[in-house]
Structure formats: C-alpha cells, structure tokens
Design a protein around this ligand. Structure first.
Ligand code: GUN
Ligand code: FE
Length: 437
C-alpha cells in the first residue's frame, strides 16, 4: 500500500554523487515519501508503481540549492557602489540602507520583495543576515516562514564601528536585544525558520559582546554565522583591534565563536585565509561560505577554494547579496568556476580551477550539510527538488545531462525554475514561471 504522501518527479535527474562526480539518470524518478527522499530510480520499483507521478519529462530535476550566505536588507540596493572595496562600501551604501529597517513600513516592502525573489528561483534553503532591528527581523522571519523555504535568520549584533543609527548602545544592550528576539522567536513557534547568532564581523563587535554571545551560544546551542578574512584592509584592521589573537580566525576562537562540536559555524568569504587559518577552520569543523560574485564585485579577491577542497574543508556557496548583485546560486556556480580559472591562470597554476561538477556540489551537498541531511536525493534526505525547464537547443542535437546542466547554469537558469519542493512540500511559484511550464 503506497502512502498518500508519496509522489515521484519524473524527468532528467542530475545530482552530485560526490564532490567530483555528477550522478545523472535520464528519464528517471526522484521519489518522495513524507517529506523525505526514497532515492532516484531509472524505473519505478514494483512497490512504488502506484505513486502519483508528476511528469517533467525532458526537463532537469535537481536537488534544491542552498544559499549559505546572504543579507536580506541589502536586496533593495543590489548593484550599487560596486566601484568600492568592502569597508568604504559598507559605510557609503550598506549601513545607510540597513538603517532604514527601523521603519517597519519600509522593512515590510523591502523584505516582501526579498522573500518573493527567494521563492522564484532555485534556492530552497538559506542562511540570512537581517539587521540589528528586532521588529524588522521578526517580520522577515514571518515572511520567510510563509515562503515555505527553510532558512536560518540572524538578528545582527554590532556595538562598535558603525553609524549611530545602527550601533547598539553597549554590549549588554545588544545581548539583551538578542535574548528578547530569541524569546519572540520561541513564541512564534516557526516550523522552518530558525534563529542563528550573527555577530556581523570582528570590527563591529567588542570583545565583551563576542564573549556574551559565546555564553549565549553555549546555553542555547544555536549555530553561528559571521564574516572572515574577506578583504585586506579588513584583515589588517582586525589585527589592530585584536592584538590577543594570532590571526582573524583566532579572534573568533579566543571569543568562543569558532565551531567545535557544539557550535556549528559558517564563516563567509575566507578569501585571505592562509593555510594556517584554513587548518584551524578544518580542525574546528567550520563551514566556509564561498561568495564568488561578491568577492569579485568588491575587489576582495578569489578564495583558494581548490586548496580548501584538497584539505577537506566543508564549503558551500553564498550569494552575499548585495556585495553580490545576484540572488541566484546557479549564477554563483558559474562565477565560482570562472573566478577559479582566473586565480589558476593569474595567481597559482598549482591550484586547478573548479569543475562545474565541483561547484554544483558546493551549491547542493556542500551547503545542504549545514542543515543536516539536505542537498541530494540520498535515501532519508529531506526532499528538496527543483525542476528547471530545459528546451532542446535550436540545433536539435541531443546532448548529455551534464552538458545540459552546464548550459543552464551559464545561461541563467533560475528564471527557468518551474516547480519546487522543500522537504516534500510544493512551493507555489509565481504565475509567470508556472505559465512557462
Ligand atoms: N562584512 C561585514 N559586513 C558585511 C556585509 O554586509 N557584506 C559583506 N560582503 N561583508 C561584510
Ligand atoms: Fe556578507
């Protein structure tokens, strides 16, 4: 007897077998039962013959994509100030924009457009920075809960080196506001929207604030997200601010906010992490959110992802809106490959460029692992799936599944998402995309 909560997506299925290898099944079935994957089958096995089949023959079915680092309040100012580097860009564009989220009317409009965009594309899970503002952060969480996506959202902590409008008056005030936020989140009892502790980065957080957040982390067991070694001037500034620490990562480590078995942590960027810092991230089990679009746009550099992969680091992809102008993780896949080619050619020919299969794995299994069992159709994983419309090329030649995925990645496939599931739940896509199916 087949459960009513069981269905199959029929189509051309592409996922990562491992970091180097894509597993492709042409005209296969990805089967979901009670929100979990039962696996991918070339033909439906006998005991599943009765399941409802949703027919996407000729189109690609991929695991949902994971955005391991984005800033919701910067969505409205994408593509601005891209001639600046990080610290000047924060002062001139980002902080003034984030200050507007004190105004709940503005926040409601801007966060609605962010949530709508997240629903439209191929992303199914995300780690999201909000701002310091408590009511606006809750509003964002309400909207993301309604979206059906699974997200972790952070009220940002910052008690120094920020304009008055954004700087929390003291470490204690920032900690109190965080506790208040967490209490409100508990009351709301979201089912797919989770809080994550979010010290913005070392320059924005006093030692006392980081120590207080570490104590809160130990008692709450919440995960942590922040920024690390993104830009040269920022790295030099952190050295001046934290003479106690041997390097940037050690500043978080000394403050008790760098991974370990009870503190799942994502650090965004790591462009300037040297082998010593990378070893520390490995030892602490920290996830790196690689943000290639932002790293290029803010002239931060190109993260040594090949070296990180060779070391065995955990890595996912982030859009880092609005350092990155694009909210699309498929776009980030293409940019990760392109940036790695330039690094290889111009900086270090010992570090081979990423392949499409590797970058796709970061976007799926890599980021998905931060959420537990997500990012692939392995049996028992959460069933996150996206159907990408794939019209045959005009030349009519039949090309393989890997080549079809590559073509869609480079030609902007997010607009082609025609069906989407998060933990087995269908996410209604806006009409325009649905009409195209
Ligand atoms: N470092 C601290 N804050 C930010 C931010 O908003 N964006 C990026 N790219 N880096 C940061
Ligand atoms: Fe960021």
């Amino acid at each position: 007897m087949v459960s009513a909560e069981c269905f199959a997506l029929r189509g051309d299925i592409v996922q990562s077998a491992d970091v180097q290898t894509l597993a492709c099944v042409e005209d296969g079935y990805a089967v979901c039962e009670k929100g979990r994957s039962l696996g991918v089958f070339p033909q439906l096995p006998g005991h599943l013959e009765q399941v409802e089949v949703r027919d996407f023959r000729g189109h690609l079915v991929i695991p949902g994509l994971v955005d391991l680092h984005t800033h919701a309040p910067q969505f409205a100012c994408r593509g601005m100030g891209m001639d600046l580097e990080l610290l000047d860009w924060l002062d001139a564009y980002t902080f003034p924009e984030e200050a507007r989220y004190l105004d709940l009317d503005y926040a409601a409009r801007a966060y609605r457009s962010f949530a709508d965009e997240m629903v439209k594309g191929a992303t199914t899970r995300a780690l999201v920075f909000a701002t310091v503002h408590l009511p606006a952060t809750l509003l964002l969480m309400d909207l993301l809960e309604q979206s059906g996506l699974v997200t972790m959202v952070g009220k940002v902590n910052m008690d120094r080196n920020a304009p008055d409008a954004l700087r929390e008056p003291s470490a204690q005030a920032s900690l109190d506001a965080t506790q208040e936020w967490l209490a409100s989140v508990r009351e709301r009892a979201y089912s797919r929207t989770f809080p994550i502790l979010t010290p913005r980065f070392v320059p924005s957080c006093s030692d006392g604030l980081l120590a207080g957040l570490s104590a809160l982390q130990r008692e709450s067991a919440l995960p942590v997200q922040s920024h690390l070694s993104e830009n040269r001037s920022e790295v030099a500034w952190v050295r001046r601010l934290r003479p106690d620490a041997a390097g940037y990562a050690e500043a978080y480590l000394n403050s008790g906010l760098l991974g370990g078995p009870c503190c799942p942590t994502v650090m965004a960027h790591c462009v300037h992490s040297d082998p010593r810092e990378a070893s520390l991230l490995l030892e602490r089990g920290v996830w790196v959110a690689h943000c290639p679009v932002s790293n290029t746009c803010l002239s931060s550099g190109v993260a040594p992802v090949r070296a990180f992969l060779d070391k065995g680091l955990r890595i996912g992809l982030g859009t880092d809106v609005a350092g990155g102008y694009s909210p699309s993780i498929l776009h980030a896949v293409a940019e990760a490959v392109k940036a790695s080619k330039l690094r290889w050619r111009l900086e270090d020919e010992a570090l081979a460029p990423l392949t499409l299969a590797e970058a796709f794995c970061l976007a799926t299994r890599g980021g998905g692992s931060f959420f537990g069992r997500a990012g692939a159709f392995d049996e028992g994983f959460d069933f996150d799936a996206v159907v990408l419309r794939d019209d045959p090329p005009p030349c009519g030649e039949k090309i393989g599944l890997e080549a079809r995925l590559e073509r869609l990645v480079y030609t902007g496939a997010d607009s082609l998402a025609v069906d989407k599931y998060v933990a087995g739940r269908r996410i209604p896509l806006p009409q325009a995309a649905a009409d195209a199916s």
